[in-house]
Design a binder for this molecule. Sequence first.
Ligand code: GDP
Length: 328
Amino acid sequence: MRRALITGVTGQDGYYLSRLLHDKGYEVFGLVRGQSNPKIEMIQRELPFVRILTGDLLDFSSLLRALEASEPHEVYNLGAISYVAYSWENAALTTDVTAKGVLTMLEAVRLYGGAGARPVRFYQASSSEMFGKVQEVPQNESTLLWPRSPYGVAKAFGHHMTINYRESYGLHASSGMLFNHESPMRSPEFVTRKISRAVARIATGRQSSLTLGNLDAQRDWGYAGDYVDAMWRMLQQDEPDDYVVATGQTHSVREYLDLAFAHVGIDDWAPLVQHDEALLRPAEVDQLVGDASKARRVLGWSPTIDFAALVSLMVDADLARERGEAMT
Ligand code: GDP
């Protein structure tokens, strides 16, 4: 039986990746931080097949122990402090976890694999946020990185370190440069879920308005369920490599609002949306739009859910939650 170890298993991507690997017959181990982490209960409820190990990306020996306990064929490093706005307020902690945590995990994998054990394949969750002040449109694997937030800088470190471990130690280490990917499991501080939840609450009479920042911000938004499939495909290749994963389409927050409100029959949403300067970022990234032609060509990957379908899926899931129905 194939075994996989996932860090960041309590996050959105951990959820979809665990399910994908479980469906493929893997034994799935999830690294969870802390003793009484409330998210452990969520994992036990939603992902009962995941075997929980405790550890921390800041703690080398806990990672080595997790590798010894799970004996994985594949390690997916999804763990990070991942919220861009928060990364300005907590730049040092973001650097410790999101940047140095990658090095700690790579080192644990190298030493574990180096002790005569079977070589482990490693996936690093890199991010389109590394492109920041974009140097070309669309962005591909060789576009110069110009991160514009502490989070982006930390991810750029992890990306380069992954490449370095591949080149220096021959590790089967791949880096997925994933553009924004969303789902009903996205946490509500991200704009897509913030909107889908508010729209569902407004439609069911539980909330009267919604406060947002920059409505003209644009992103290349895909569906998380599609993107975890790209991660898995990367680790099935004979050769490790870096891949952009994106839809190639860019949309604004305003367009997301149009579709989300239209989905519940509201055409004029302007009176329902307030603006708060505090939600603006110290620096915005520019036109993030990915060129995923390498992933399409080499991995045979392509997105199955477009922007309009994604918005509907997220609003429907939040409507179901608000109405107390089981979420699908
Ligand atoms: P990010 O790409 O990882 O930063 O994903 P987010 O979902 O947090 O933000 C996407 C874009 O939405 C950013 O450019 C934000 O400036 C913009 N945005 C506008 N209003 C809001 C808001 O209320 N919350 C968040 N999170 N983003 C907002």
